[in-house]
Design a protein around this ligand. Structure first.
Ligand code: UDP
Ligand code: MG
Length: 328
């Protein structure tokens, strides 16, 4: 018999009860198509319930009872998508792993092409790149672009604009990603940092199939700060540059004042200037201390070495089926 290869489909889910049935239908359809062409392929679907508050977990239990390819890990609370991805990669058994969103914004129809690219041995990873941000608000797209521009200027790790967490990877690359066990996880940076040969497939943005996004504007803002702090130390040098600049300015002002006093004689004035410079310097110092503080707080959390996620339930220890679940 030919050797089989297992593909693990990892899906972080947070309040996705509306969209999961659609996703499951779609992914099983694509899997069947792929198996027709490559009979050696096997699949496992590993759903990560990230402390959902709706009936996501109940649906996953029912699914796991019905379909033995379905596995799930349910967190003790919401740990965030990054933790979900990590848990998925850690627990996946596949020779290949693919990480994708539950909302069908990462179309399963890409899987065959991704598989071909990676299985041919030419690439270690296949991923998608959005070439448009259709359906997204203008201001959000603008900030997103600004983020990529800043990020790529100040960090050695290149983050491709429009790159996504939709990744098809070999076991080798998964192990490399897992070896980065940091607490403050920024997947886009991590995937790029580990390197390997990556194939980018381009596509137009698609809107969520159902449900609503869990990302608020501030959530995204915090996430981008996470990215910058996690993959660049450039902000730390800001204080050095600003400090130098204000020293130079101070020397110039001192020389100018001395000359002025010598030439025009002494006069008591310049209180507004004094006040302005005090405020300016104070602001500058607080700003630089703030940057230091952010790095320090990230280091603090990292040093504590807390677990990235905590599991409450998996398909192996789920409660026996109540009558209502079977109906679903
Ligand atoms: N997600 C998660 N934990 C969270 C937030 C989101 O696991 O705390 C999952 C969510 O269920 C979805 C994916 O991450 O499968 C992407 O989330 P969403 O569609 O809300 O983000 P967007 O597509 O707007 O970036
Ligand atoms: Mg989405």
């Amino acid at each position: 018999m030919e050797q089989t290869s297992l593909i693990s489909v990892i899906v972080p889910c947070y309040n996705e009860e509306e969209v999961l049935p659609l996703f499951y239908a779609e992914i099983t359809k694509i899997s069947a198509q792929m198996q027709e062409k490559h009979p050696e392929l096997r699949f496992e679907y590993l759903f990560i319930d990230d402390g959902s508050k709706d009936h996501t977990l109940r649906y996953l239990r029912a699914l796991a009872r019905k379909d033995e390819r379905v596995r799930f890990i349910s967190f003790s609370r919401n740990f965030g998508k990054e933790a979900g991805i990590y848990a998925g990669l850690q627990n996946a058994k596949g020779d290949y792993c693919v990480v994708m969103d539950a909302d069908l914004q990462h179309p399963p129809a890409f899987l065959p092409t991704m598989y071909e690219a990676v299985a041919s041995g030419e690439y270690d990873c296949a991923t998608t790149r959005r070439v448009s941000r259709k359906g997204e608000s203008k201001i959000r797209s603008w900030f997103a672009r600004l983020f990529y521009r800043i990020m790529n200027k100040i960090s050695q790790t290149e983050i491709v604009d429009g790159a996504q967490d939709f990744r098809f990877m070999t076991r080798q690359m998964v192990d490399a990603v897992l070896s980065m066990s940091e607490y403050n996880r920024f997947s886009k940076g991590i995937f790029s940092w580990v390197g390997f040969r990556v194939k980018y497939l381009e596509y137009e943005n698609v809107e969520r199939a159902a449900g609503t996004t869990a990302w608020s504007f501030w959530g995204l803002f915090r996430y981008s700060i996470e990215g910058i702090i996690g993959f660049s130390t450039a902000p730390l040098s800001v204080s050095v540059v600003l400090g130098l600049l204000s020293c130079v300015a101070a020397v110039i002002i001192i020389i100018a004042t001395i000359i002025k006093t010598l030439v025009f004689g002494e006069e008591v004035s310049g209180f507004p200037t004094l006040l302005c410079s005090i405020f300016f310097m104070g602001g500058l110092q607080l700003f630089c201390m703030g940057i230091l503080g952010i790095y320090l707080s990230k280091t603090y959390l990292e040093v504590k070495n807390r677990p990235i996620y905590l599991v409450r339930e998996t398909e192996e220890n789920m409660p026996p089926a109540p009558a209502e679940d079977e109906a679903k």
